[in-house]
Design a binder for this molecule. Structure first.
Ligand code: PEP
Ligand code: MG
Length: 347
C-alpha cells in the first residue's frame, strides 16, 4: 500500500510539473535562469524536449568511442552530432570532447600499465592532447556541425592554462584546415572549459580571459576537493556536495564569471537536486544542466521563491561550518516553501 501511495503521489506530482513545461525558469520576483539537459544518447533528445529543457548543457560524446572497435571517424562523428544538433531544433547544444579514462577506457586505448591512481592519471583532456590527431578529428567534426545550429565546444578536466592554450592552438589548426578545404564550419564557435579540478577554481579568472564560458562539473570537482573517490562505496557517505569547502569553490567560480562578464554553468548531478538548486540560485548561478528528468522539479523550485530570499539564504549558508547545519537549514527553507514533497524524489 505504501508503494502504491508513492506511485500515486509521484504521478500527481509529475502531472503538476508537466504543466510547467513551457513556463520560464523564473523566480517570483522575475529573475530568470536557464535549465539545460545533460545527454549522452540520441534517445535523450526526446526526453530533453518532453521535459522542457532549453538546450543541451552537456553532451557526453564518450558512447561511440566506447562502443566502437576503433576511434570513430570524422564522418561517423559528424553524422552523429548532426542528428543531435538537428534534433535540438535550433536550441543550443554544448558538445564535450572525449572524457575517457579512470572509470571508462575503450578497449583500443588501454593505458600501457595499470595505474595506481587512475582518477589522478591518464584521462580526459590529458589523453586528447597526447593523441592529437584523434582530438583534431573530433574538433573538426564539432566545428562542422556548428554550421548546422547553435553549437558550443566544451573541454573536460582542464587543470592548467597551458592545456587551454594547446587546445586553442589545435582548434586554430582545425579551423585553418577546414577553411583551406572550403568545408563549411562555425568560425565563431564558443569555447568553454569544465571546472572539475581545484586548480581550475583557483585559476577561473585567468581561464575566463582565454575562453567564452565555464561549466562546473561538480561530480568530479567534489571528489577532487574532498579526496573522496566518487565511485568508491566505502567512502560514499563522505562524498558531500554541500560541504562548506565545495560551496566556497562554487561561489569563487561563479563570482569569477560575474567579474569577467562571462557565463558560468553547472552540469554536475548537484544541478538537478532541488535542495542544492535553491542554494545555487542564491549564489548567483544562471545556467543549470542536468538529466532531463529533473528539469521540471528544478523549475518548480525556482518558480517558488524570490531571488532576494534565495540570495539571503545562500549568504547564511556560506557562513555555516558543517554539512549538518547546512542541510538542516536548506530543508527548513524547503519546508517553508511547501516544497518538501518534491524532495521525496531525491533524499
Ligand atoms: C562532472 O564531473 O560533474 C561531469 C558533469 O562530468 P562526468 O560526470 O561526465 O564526469
Ligand atoms: Mg567529470
Amino acid at each position: 500500500r505504501e508503494y502504491d501511495r508513492l506511485i500515486r503521489d509521484y504521478a500527481a506530482l509529475n502531472r503538476e510539473l508537466e504543466e510547467l513545461k513551457d513556463e520560464p525558469a523564473e523566480t517570483l520576483d522575475g529573475h530568470r535562469v536557464s535549465l539545460y539537459a545533460n545527454i549522452g544518447l540520441l534517445n535523450d533528445i526526446a526526453f530533453a524536449h518532453m521535459h522542457g529543457a532549453q538546450g543541451v548543457g552537456l553532451y557526453r560524446t564518450e558512447i561511440p568511442f566506447l562502443t566502437h572497435r576503433d576511434f570513430p571517424s570524422e564522418e561517423e562523428q559528424y553524422s552523429l552530432y548532426k542528428r543531435v544538433v538537428e534534433g535540438m531544433a535550433g536550441k543550443p547544444v554544448t558538445i564535450r570532447t572525449l572524457d575517457i579514462g579512470a572509470d571508462k577506457y575503450p578497449s583500443y586505448i588501454r593505458s600501457a600499465s595499470v595505474e595506481p591512481n587512475p582518477v589522478l592519471g591518464w584521462r580526459s583532456i590529458r589523453i586528447s592532447l597526447e593523441v592529437e590527431e584523434v582530438f583534431k578529428t573530433q574538433l573538426r567534426a564539432v566545428l562542422r556541425v556548428g554550421d548546422l545550429g547553435r553549437v558550443r565546444l566544451l573541454i573536460p578536466m582542464v587543470s592548467s592554462l597551458e592545456e587551454i592554450l594547446k587546445v586553442k592552438e589545435l582548434l586554430a589548426e582545425a579551423k585553418e584546415e577546414l577553411g583551406r578545404e572550403g568545408t563549411p564550419f562555425d568560425r565563431q564557435m564558443e569555447l568553454g572549459v569544465m571546472v572539475e579540478v581545484p586548480s581550475a577554481v583557483q585559476l577561473a579568472d585567468r581561464f575566463l580571459r582565454e575562453v567564452d564560458f565555464l561549466s562546473i562539473g561538480t561530480n568530479d570537482l567534489i571528489q577532487y576537493i574532498l579526496a573522496v573517490d566518487r565511485s568508491n562505496r566505502r567512502v560514499a557517505s563522505l562524498y558531500e556536495p554541500l560541504h562548506p569547502a565545495v560551496l566556497a569553490a562554487l561561489q569563487q567560480t561563479i563570482d569569477a564569471g560575474k567579474r569577467e562578464g562571462k557565463r558560468v554553468a553547472l552540469c554536475g548531478e548537484m544541478a538537478g537536486d532541488p535542495l542544492c538548486a535553491l542554494l545555487l540560485l542564491g549564489m548567483g548561478l544562471e545556467e543549470f544542466s542536468m538529466g532531463s528528468l529533473y528539469v521540471p522539479a528544478i523549475k518548480k523550485t525556482i518558480r517558488s521563491i524570490t531571488y532576494q530570499v534565495a540570495k539571503a539564504a545562500a549568504q547564511i549558508v556560506l557562513e555555516m561550518d558543517t554539512v549538518g547545519e547546512i542541510k538542516k537549514y536548506l530543508f527548513d527553507q524547503m519546508r517553508e516553501l511547501e516544497m518538501l514533497e518534491l524532495l521525496e524524489m531525491y533524499h
